[in-house]
Ligand binder design. Structure first.
Ligand code: PAF
Length: 288
């Protein structure tokens, strides 16, 4: 077990800690989460610790980013377990605001981006990224970190935060945390706990399809049509509904017809046994 974690529930408590650390010349890292932590989150905490003296995490299941009320209701929660994991990873403090405080009765200020939220996730989850960019802005304003770490698992979210921080001149360095997989390849996600044994085994089609597409890319395949067809083939099973399989330019997230020129990503979302899963794979230029 690491140091005892401080649990902070309001702005004044966070500010007091942040000011004391700043006076002592310490830098602050930040990992925002929605809880029900797994090794992927803990890898982000370790990454933040490599960049800064003290790491703050937050747990807030943000109602504004759930377009489906059932998904919000069934989002897994286990605060005692999360606290133990954060403590073991030597997290300095945990910010756990209430929805009532975050979204007061007169709340009406939203942060929105024009283009990056439109394709992929945004096309299937209306309003989702407006909720994400707004809550991350609020969390940044409260914690005021030097460095914040976001996982590549939510690649579109990561690009949106990077753009927002650049555009709005947040004095925060965004660090990308690599996607963490289970030993069988399934991308780690808090939602995996909701998969039945059968659905979990079917869900492996996602990572297998992406790996097969990467192999084909390494073997010289460049067209989006063929690369996406490889992933779709692995997902053509009963019990899986594909939402999208796309090849997109990493910077703009716009779909491209060919990989190999600029950094591109294969992006996938599928509903497996009633659970919505996302995953992605980088296809960097020059890989052969
Ligand atoms: O990735 C998540 O867990 C959430 O979208 C985030 C960044 C904590 C905002 O609620």
């Amino acid at each position: 077990m690491g140091q005892k974690i401080l649990v902070l529930e309001d702005l004044a408590a966070v500010q007091k800690e942040v000011r004391a650390l700043r006076r002592a010349g310490k830098s602050i890292g930040f990992v925002p989460t929605m809880g029900y932590l797994h090794e992927g989150h803990i890898s982000l905490i370790h990454l933040a610790r490599r960049h800064t003296d003290h790491v703050f995490a937050s747990i807030f299941v943000n109602p504004a980013q759930f377009n489906n009320p059932k998904d919000l209701e069934s989002y897994p929660r286990d605060i005692p377990r999360d606290l133990a994991m954060l403590e073991s990873a030597n997290t300095y403090a945990l910010f756990m605001p209430t929805p009532e405080w975050m979204y007061g009765p007169n709340f009406e200020t939203w942060v929105n981006l024009d283009k990056l939220p439109l394709p992929h996730e945004g096309a299937h989850r209306p309003g989702h990224f407006r909720g994400v960019s707004t809550v991350v802005t609020m969390l940044f304003n409260v914690v005021q970190p030097d460095v914040a770490v976001f996982g590549e698992k939510d690649f579109q979210q990561l690009r949106i935060i990077e753009r927002m921080v650049d555009d709005l001149k947040f004095p925060i360095q965004i660090v990308r945390g690599p996607l963490v997989r289970e030993s069988d390849g399934l991308a780690m996600s808090s939602r995996n706990v909701r998969l039945s044994a059968e659905a979990r085994s079917r869900a492996l089609g996602i990572s297998r399809g992406l790996s097969a597409a990467l192999d084909a890319y390494k073997g010289g395949q460049r067209t989006a049509k063929e690369l996406c067809a490889i992933v779709r083939h692995h997902l053509s099973q009963p019990g899986i509904t594909i939402e999208y399989v796309e090849l997109a330019e990493e910077k703009t997230l716009q779909p491209v017809e060919r990989a190999g020129h600029e950094p591109t990503r294969m992006l996938v979302a599928a509903v497996v046994g009633g659970v919505r899963l996302i995953d992605n794979m980088a296809l960097p230029p020059g890989l052969r």
